[in-house]
Ligand binder design. Structure first.
Ligand SMILES: C[S@@+](CC[C@H](N)C(=O)[O-])C[C@H]1O[C@@H](n2cnc3c(N)ncnc32)[C@H](O)[C@@H]1O
Length: 190
């Protein structure tokens, strides 16, 4: 097994998420970016499911649309140019999974990175939309000029999530240097 690749953060999250998503489900990609997570979710929900994908950058949504077209299922996703903190205004159904890949687009403008305050509002909104037994995944990146405040605000708030309703699992690449990314899972208990 190629362990390096299997444990790269998005692949690790996808592996975990795949246990919670079935054909026909509704899922949300809170940060569409270049569309890798949207494509993964569209594959998981199949022809009868639906994915809502949010981004504030039109170019990101265009990249996502092209990726879905190449994959052959552009109709499975609704691409929404809006901040994810407003996701509840756009999604009426309960979601099986909500995916956040925080930070900025690789090679993109750091000023357009996700921000602590809006990411926290978005996670709260995702928790209202999640069905019992559903999962939210967060890939939290910190390093250089971004991400530390966002990481601390999110982890600080999640520490007090009601343990009767939520299980919050914070993973870490414990022996890696220089602020490795954090995969976090928020499970809505049945
Ligand atoms: C790390 S990238 C996402 C990568 C993406 N999931 C992929 O598979 O390529 C983070 C994205 O979050 C977007 N973003 C920043 N603030 C946002 C907000 N408030 N709501 C939704 N998207 C936001 C950025 O424009 C950027 O495209």
């Amino acid at each position: 097994m190629d362990t390096r690749r299997k444990y790269q953060i998005t692949e690790y999250c996808h592996r975990f998420l795949s246990e919670y998503i079935s054909e026909g489900d509704i899922c949300i990609d809170a940060t569409a970016g270049n569309g890798s997570d949207t494509e993964f979710l569209c594959r998981m929900v199949g022809e009868t499911g639906k994915v809502y994908a949010f981004d504030i950058q039109r170019q990101a949504l265009e990249n996502t649309r092209e990726k879905l077209e190449r994959a052959g299922f552009p109709e499975r996703a609704e691409l929404i140019c809006s901040g994810h903190e407003r996701m509840a205004e756009h999604v009426a159904e309960e979601a099986a999974a909500v995916v956040f890949n925080l930070g900025y687009l690789p090679g993109g403008d750091h000023a357009l990175a996700t921000k602590a305050e809006t990411s926290l509002e978005a996670v709260k909104a995702a928790m209202t939309l999640l069905k019992p037994g559903g999962v939210i995944s967060l890939c939290i990146y910190s390093g250089g000029d971004t991400g530390y405040e966002e990481r601390d605000v999110l982890l600080g708030w999640l520490k007090d999530a009601d343990p009767r309703k939520w299980l919050v699992i914070v993973n870490s690449y414990h022996n890696r240097k220089n602020d490795p990314p954090l995969p976090v899972f928020i499970l809505r208990l049945e």
